[in-house]
Write a protein that binds this ligand. Structure first.
Ligand SMILES: *Cc1c(COP(=O)(O)O)cnc(C)c1O
Length: 340
Protein backbone atom coordinates (compact mmCIF):
# COMPACT_ATOMS: atom_id res chain seq x y z
CA UNK A 1 0.00 0.00 0.00
CA UNK A 2 1.50 3.27 -1.19
CA UNK A 3 1.11 5.97 1.49
CA UNK A 4 0.35 9.60 0.64
CA UNK A 5 3.28 11.95 0.63
CA UNK A 6 2.48 13.63 3.96
CA UNK A 7 4.90 15.01 6.56
CA UNK A 8 3.27 12.85 9.26
CA UNK A 9 5.14 14.11 12.29
CA UNK A 10 4.38 17.75 11.45
CA UNK A 11 0.64 17.31 10.90
CA UNK A 12 -1.58 19.42 13.14
CA UNK A 13 -5.00 18.54 14.56
CA UNK A 14 -7.00 19.89 11.64
CA UNK A 15 -9.27 18.73 8.86
CA UNK A 16 -7.75 17.59 5.62
CA UNK A 17 -9.95 16.09 2.92
CA UNK A 18 -9.32 12.39 2.15
CA UNK A 19 -10.46 10.23 -0.79
CA UNK A 20 -13.65 8.50 0.37
CA UNK A 21 -16.38 8.85 3.01
CA UNK A 22 -19.43 6.76 3.93
CA UNK A 23 -22.98 8.10 3.49
CA UNK A 24 -26.26 6.41 4.44
CA UNK A 25 -29.72 7.95 4.33
CA UNK A 26 -32.76 7.30 6.49
CA UNK A 27 -36.08 7.80 4.70
CA UNK A 28 -39.60 6.37 5.06
CA UNK A 29 -38.60 4.70 8.31
CA UNK A 30 -35.55 2.77 7.09
CA UNK A 31 -31.81 3.13 6.47
CA UNK A 32 -30.48 2.45 2.98
CA UNK A 33 -27.30 0.35 2.61
CA UNK A 34 -25.02 3.36 2.37
CA UNK A 35 -22.17 3.95 -0.08
CA UNK A 36 -18.62 5.21 -0.17
CA UNK A 37 -18.43 8.46 -2.10
CA UNK A 38 -15.79 10.90 -3.28
CA UNK A 39 -18.12 13.86 -2.71
CA UNK A 40 -16.99 15.66 0.44
CA UNK A 41 -19.85 18.19 0.34
CA UNK A 42 -23.46 18.07 1.55
CA UNK A 43 -26.43 19.83 -0.03
CA UNK A 44 -29.35 20.38 2.35
CA UNK A 45 -32.69 22.14 2.49
CA UNK A 46 -32.39 25.52 4.22
CA UNK A 47 -34.88 24.21 6.78
CA UNK A 48 -33.04 20.98 7.75
CA UNK A 49 -33.58 19.80 11.33
CA UNK A 50 -29.86 20.03 12.03
CA UNK A 51 -29.72 23.67 10.91
CA UNK A 52 -32.82 24.84 12.79
CA UNK A 53 -32.85 22.80 15.99
CA UNK A 54 -29.36 21.25 16.19
CA UNK A 55 -30.54 17.68 15.79
CA UNK A 56 -27.12 16.07 15.44
CA UNK A 57 -24.66 13.88 17.30
CA UNK A 58 -21.21 12.51 16.55
CA UNK A 59 -18.42 10.14 17.54
CA UNK A 60 -14.62 10.20 17.36
CA UNK A 61 -12.12 7.36 17.14
CA UNK A 62 -8.76 6.66 15.57
CA UNK A 63 -7.12 4.19 13.18
CA UNK A 64 -3.38 3.71 13.20
CA UNK A 65 -0.59 1.32 12.27
CA UNK A 66 0.62 -1.14 14.92
CA UNK A 67 4.24 -2.10 15.53
CA UNK A 68 3.79 -5.21 13.33
CA UNK A 69 2.30 -3.20 10.48
CA UNK A 70 -1.44 -3.92 10.88
CA UNK A 71 -4.03 -1.18 10.37
CA UNK A 72 -6.37 -1.22 13.38
CA UNK A 73 -8.86 0.84 15.32
CA UNK A 74 -9.59 0.85 19.04
CA UNK A 75 -12.89 -0.46 20.48
CA UNK A 76 -15.18 0.84 17.67
CA UNK A 77 -18.07 -1.19 19.15
CA UNK A 78 -18.15 1.23 22.09
CA UNK A 79 -18.44 4.20 19.73
CA UNK A 80 -21.30 2.39 17.99
CA UNK A 81 -23.21 1.80 21.22
CA UNK A 82 -22.55 5.31 22.55
CA UNK A 83 -23.81 6.77 19.28
CA UNK A 84 -26.97 4.70 19.56
CA UNK A 85 -27.49 6.17 23.08
CA UNK A 86 -26.98 9.67 21.67
CA UNK A 87 -29.47 9.03 18.84
CA UNK A 88 -32.16 7.74 21.20
CA UNK A 89 -31.87 10.82 23.44
CA UNK A 90 -32.18 13.13 20.40
CA UNK A 91 -35.11 11.25 18.77
CA UNK A 92 -32.89 10.14 15.90
CA UNK A 93 -32.97 6.67 14.33
CA UNK A 94 -30.18 4.36 15.50
CA UNK A 95 -27.76 3.25 12.80
CA UNK A 96 -27.31 -0.50 13.48
CA UNK A 97 -24.22 -1.01 15.65
CA UNK A 98 -22.74 -3.86 13.59
CA UNK A 99 -23.17 -1.82 10.40
CA UNK A 100 -21.56 1.17 12.13
CA UNK A 101 -18.41 -0.90 12.79
CA UNK A 102 -18.44 -2.26 9.21
CA UNK A 103 -18.76 1.28 7.83
CA UNK A 104 -15.85 2.51 9.99
CA UNK A 105 -13.71 -0.32 8.59
CA UNK A 106 -14.81 0.43 5.02
CA UNK A 107 -13.87 4.11 5.35
CA UNK A 108 -10.45 3.31 6.79
CA UNK A 109 -9.81 0.71 4.11
CA UNK A 110 -10.79 3.15 1.35
CA UNK A 111 -8.39 5.73 2.81
CA UNK A 112 -5.60 3.41 3.88
CA UNK A 113 -3.04 5.61 2.11
CA UNK A 114 -3.80 8.23 4.79
CA UNK A 115 -3.23 5.94 7.79
CA UNK A 116 0.02 7.24 9.30
CA UNK A 117 2.94 4.81 9.66
CA UNK A 118 3.89 3.28 13.03
CA UNK A 119 6.12 5.48 15.12
CA UNK A 120 5.09 8.78 13.49
CA UNK A 121 2.82 9.67 16.41
CA UNK A 122 0.15 10.63 13.87
CA UNK A 123 -3.19 8.79 13.49
CA UNK A 124 -6.19 8.73 11.19
CA UNK A 125 -9.03 10.42 13.07
CA UNK A 126 -12.46 9.00 12.22
CA UNK A 127 -15.59 11.11 12.59
CA UNK A 128 -18.98 9.34 12.41
CA UNK A 129 -21.97 11.71 12.70
CA UNK A 130 -25.68 11.91 12.07
CA UNK A 131 -28.05 14.79 11.48
CA UNK A 132 -31.68 15.58 10.70
CA UNK A 133 -31.71 16.31 6.97
CA UNK A 134 -35.39 16.97 6.16
CA UNK A 135 -37.23 20.26 6.66
CA UNK A 136 -38.50 21.00 10.17
CA UNK A 137 -40.12 24.26 11.18
CA UNK A 138 -42.52 23.29 13.96
CA UNK A 139 -40.43 21.85 16.78
CA UNK A 140 -40.30 18.09 16.20
CA UNK A 141 -37.83 15.45 15.06
CA UNK A 142 -36.93 15.41 11.36
CA UNK A 143 -38.38 12.63 9.18
CA UNK A 144 -35.13 12.02 7.30
CA UNK A 145 -31.53 11.63 8.48
CA UNK A 146 -28.06 11.25 7.09
CA UNK A 147 -25.30 9.19 8.74
CA UNK A 148 -21.79 9.88 7.52
CA UNK A 149 -18.24 8.90 8.38
CA UNK A 150 -15.21 10.78 7.17
CA UNK A 151 -11.61 10.50 8.28
CA UNK A 152 -8.68 12.88 8.35
CA UNK A 153 -5.03 12.34 9.27
CA UNK A 154 -4.00 14.18 12.45
CA UNK A 155 -0.59 14.80 13.95
CA UNK A 156 0.76 13.77 17.34
CA UNK A 157 -1.33 15.59 19.95
CA UNK A 158 1.76 16.71 21.83
CA UNK A 159 4.71 17.73 19.73
CA UNK A 160 7.87 17.36 21.79
CA UNK A 161 6.30 15.65 24.80
CA UNK A 162 3.22 16.10 26.93
CA UNK A 163 3.56 19.28 29.01
CA UNK A 164 1.17 19.56 31.97
CA UNK A 165 -1.66 22.01 31.40
CA UNK A 166 -3.44 24.54 33.63
CA UNK A 167 -7.20 24.39 34.12
CA UNK A 168 -9.59 26.85 35.71
CA UNK A 169 -12.82 26.10 37.55
CA UNK A 170 -15.51 27.49 35.25
CA UNK A 171 -18.44 29.64 36.44
CA UNK A 172 -20.68 28.36 33.65
CA UNK A 173 -22.20 24.88 33.59
CA UNK A 174 -21.76 22.28 30.87
CA UNK A 175 -24.67 19.95 31.55
CA UNK A 176 -27.84 20.00 33.62
CA UNK A 177 -28.86 17.09 35.83
CA UNK A 178 -31.11 14.88 33.67
CA UNK A 179 -29.97 16.88 30.62
CA UNK A 180 -27.74 15.87 27.69
CA UNK A 181 -24.25 15.83 29.24
CA UNK A 182 -23.96 12.05 28.86
CA UNK A 183 -24.42 12.04 25.08
CA UNK A 184 -22.06 13.20 22.35
CA UNK A 185 -24.20 15.96 20.88
CA UNK A 186 -23.00 19.02 18.99
CA UNK A 187 -25.20 21.16 21.21
CA UNK A 188 -22.96 20.40 24.23
CA UNK A 189 -20.04 21.84 22.30
CA UNK A 190 -21.80 24.90 20.86
CA UNK A 191 -22.55 26.16 24.37
CA UNK A 192 -18.99 25.51 25.56
CA UNK A 193 -17.29 27.70 22.92
CA UNK A 194 -17.80 30.97 24.79
CA UNK A 195 -16.19 29.52 27.93
CA UNK A 196 -13.21 27.98 26.13
CA UNK A 197 -12.44 31.15 24.17
CA UNK A 198 -12.60 33.10 27.44
CA UNK A 199 -10.41 30.53 29.25
CA UNK A 200 -7.76 30.84 26.55
CA UNK A 201 -7.91 34.65 26.73
CA UNK A 202 -7.32 34.40 30.48
CA UNK A 203 -4.34 32.09 29.96
CA UNK A 204 -5.93 28.73 30.86
CA UNK A 205 -5.88 25.63 28.71
CA UNK A 206 -9.25 24.16 29.70
CA UNK A 207 -12.34 24.62 31.87
CA UNK A 208 -13.24 22.33 34.73
CA UNK A 209 -17.03 22.04 34.94
CA UNK A 210 -18.77 21.29 38.23
CA UNK A 211 -22.10 19.59 38.82
CA UNK A 212 -24.73 22.18 37.91
CA UNK A 213 -27.09 21.44 40.83
CA UNK A 214 -24.70 21.98 43.75
CA UNK A 215 -21.38 23.11 42.20
CA UNK A 216 -19.69 20.82 44.71
CA UNK A 217 -18.50 17.91 42.56
CA UNK A 218 -16.07 17.69 39.66
CA UNK A 219 -17.62 16.75 36.30
CA UNK A 220 -15.30 17.04 33.31
CA UNK A 221 -13.88 19.55 30.82
CA UNK A 222 -15.57 20.46 27.53
CA UNK A 223 -14.21 17.36 25.81
CA UNK A 224 -12.34 15.08 28.23
CA UNK A 225 -12.91 13.18 31.49
CA UNK A 226 -10.75 13.64 34.60
CA UNK A 227 -8.55 11.03 36.22
CA UNK A 228 -6.86 11.59 39.59
CA UNK A 229 -4.16 9.55 41.34
CA UNK A 230 -4.16 9.44 45.14
CA UNK A 231 -0.93 9.67 47.14
CA UNK A 232 -1.15 5.92 47.76
CA UNK A 233 -1.50 5.16 44.05
CA UNK A 234 -5.24 4.64 43.50
CA UNK A 235 -7.01 5.78 40.35
CA UNK A 236 -10.04 7.96 41.15
CA UNK A 237 -12.37 9.17 38.43
CA UNK A 238 -15.55 11.25 38.83
CA UNK A 239 -18.95 9.59 38.52
CA UNK A 240 -22.03 11.50 37.42
CA UNK A 241 -24.99 10.96 35.10
CA UNK A 242 -24.10 14.17 33.27
CA UNK A 243 -20.51 13.18 32.35
CA UNK A 244 -19.87 11.82 28.84
CA UNK A 245 -18.72 8.21 29.28
CA UNK A 246 -15.24 8.43 27.77
CA UNK A 247 -14.01 5.22 26.14
CA UNK A 248 -10.45 6.20 27.03
CA UNK A 249 -11.41 6.62 30.71
CA UNK A 250 -13.27 3.29 30.77
CA UNK A 251 -10.23 1.63 29.15
CA UNK A 252 -7.83 3.26 31.65
CA UNK A 253 -9.93 1.89 34.52
CA UNK A 254 -9.39 -1.63 33.13
CA UNK A 255 -5.68 -0.99 32.49
CA UNK A 256 -5.19 0.30 36.05
CA UNK A 257 -6.91 -2.66 37.66
CA UNK A 258 -5.97 -5.56 35.38
CA UNK A 259 -2.55 -4.55 34.07
CA UNK A 260 -1.12 -2.38 36.84
CA UNK A 261 -2.82 -3.93 39.88
CA UNK A 262 -4.12 -0.56 41.04
CA UNK A 263 -7.25 0.08 43.04
CA UNK A 264 -9.84 2.00 41.03
CA UNK A 265 -12.58 4.21 42.47
CA UNK A 266 -15.37 5.50 40.24
CA UNK A 267 -17.22 7.86 42.56
CA UNK A 268 -18.29 11.43 43.15
CA UNK A 269 -15.21 13.66 43.55
CA UNK A 270 -15.61 16.85 45.57
CA UNK A 271 -13.92 20.02 44.33
CA UNK A 272 -12.63 20.61 47.86
CA UNK A 273 -10.75 17.28 47.92
CA UNK A 274 -8.74 17.60 44.70
CA UNK A 275 -5.85 19.30 46.53
CA UNK A 276 -5.22 15.94 48.21
CA UNK A 277 -4.46 14.09 44.95
CA UNK A 278 -0.90 13.46 43.78
CA UNK A 279 -1.57 13.55 40.03
CA UNK A 280 -4.29 14.67 37.66
CA UNK A 281 -4.96 14.13 33.98
CA UNK A 282 -7.56 14.56 31.25
CA UNK A 283 -8.42 11.62 29.07
CA UNK A 284 -9.99 11.29 25.64
CA UNK A 285 -9.33 9.81 22.23
CA UNK A 286 -7.36 12.78 20.88
CA UNK A 287 -4.53 12.92 23.45
CA UNK A 288 -5.16 9.65 25.37
CA UNK A 289 -4.00 11.48 28.54
CA UNK A 290 -3.08 15.15 28.98
CA UNK A 291 -1.35 15.69 32.32
CA UNK A 292 -2.77 18.50 34.47
CA UNK A 293 -0.26 20.40 36.58
CA UNK A 294 -2.46 23.07 38.11
CA UNK A 295 -6.13 23.83 38.70
CA UNK A 296 -7.12 27.42 39.54
CA UNK A 297 -10.32 28.00 41.51
CA UNK A 298 -10.98 31.74 41.50
CA UNK A 299 -7.43 32.74 42.35
CA UNK A 300 -6.78 29.76 44.61
CA UNK A 301 -4.13 27.56 42.99
CA UNK A 302 -4.15 23.80 43.42
CA UNK A 303 -0.73 22.57 42.30
CA UNK A 304 -0.27 18.83 41.95
CA UNK A 305 2.99 17.41 43.35
CA UNK A 306 3.79 16.01 39.86
CA UNK A 307 4.55 19.61 38.85
CA UNK A 308 4.48 21.55 35.57
CA UNK A 309 7.35 19.82 33.75
CA UNK A 310 6.30 16.21 33.29
CA UNK A 311 3.46 13.75 33.45
CA UNK A 312 3.20 12.24 36.96
CA UNK A 313 4.79 8.78 37.32
CA UNK A 314 1.52 6.85 37.73
CA UNK A 315 -0.16 8.80 34.92
CA UNK A 316 2.86 7.96 32.78
CA UNK A 317 2.48 4.24 33.52
CA UNK A 318 -1.20 4.37 32.60
CA UNK A 319 -0.39 6.27 29.42
CA UNK A 320 2.44 3.93 28.40
CA UNK A 321 0.36 0.82 29.06
CA UNK A 322 -2.74 1.97 27.18
CA UNK A 323 -0.77 3.29 24.20
CA UNK A 324 1.30 0.06 24.29
CA UNK A 325 -1.93 -1.95 24.03
CA UNK A 326 -3.19 0.28 21.21
CA UNK A 327 0.05 0.02 19.24
CA UNK A 328 0.31 -3.76 19.64
CA UNK A 329 3.36 -3.73 21.92
CA UNK A 330 1.34 -5.12 24.86
CA UNK A 331 -1.29 -7.83 24.55
CA UNK A 332 -4.79 -6.32 24.41
CA UNK A 333 -7.91 -7.54 26.19
CA UNK A 334 -10.23 -9.53 23.90
CA UNK A 335 -11.96 -7.33 21.33
CA UNK A 336 -10.14 -4.06 22.02
CA UNK A 337 -8.11 -3.99 18.81
CA UNK A 338 -10.09 -4.34 15.60
CA UNK A 339 -8.13 -5.09 12.48
CA UNK A 340 -9.19 -3.36 9.28
C1 LIG B 1 -15.68 12.66 23.35
C2 LIG B 1 -15.70 13.22 24.74
C3 LIG B 1 -14.86 12.72 25.76
C4 LIG B 1 -13.81 11.67 25.50
O1 LIG B 1 -14.33 10.44 25.15
P1 LIG B 1 -13.43 9.33 24.44
O2 LIG B 1 -14.39 8.26 24.12
O3 LIG B 1 -12.41 8.89 25.44
O4 LIG B 1 -12.81 9.97 23.25
C5 LIG B 1 -15.00 13.25 27.03
N1 LIG B 1 -15.90 14.23 27.30
C6 LIG B 1 -16.69 14.74 26.34
C7 LIG B 1 -17.64 15.82 26.71
C8 LIG B 1 -16.63 14.25 25.04
O5 LIG B 1 -17.43 14.76 24.11
Amino acid sequence: MEKKNIDWSNLGFGYQVTDKRFVANYKDGAWDDGVLTEDATITLTECAGVLQYAQTCFEGLKAYTTEDGRTVCFRPDLNASRMSDSCKRLEMPVFPEDKFVEAVKAVVKANEAYVPPYGSGATLYIRPYMFGSSAVIGVKPADEYQFRIFCTPVGPYFKGGAKPITIRVCDYDRAAPHGTGHIKAGLNYAMSLYQIVDAHEQGYDENMYLDAATRTYVEETGGANFIFITKDGKLVTPKSDSILPSITRRSLMVVAEKYLGMEVEHRQVRLDEIGEFAECGLCGTAAVISPVGKIVDHGKEICFPSGMDDMGPVTRKLYDTLTGIQMGRIEAPEGWIVEI
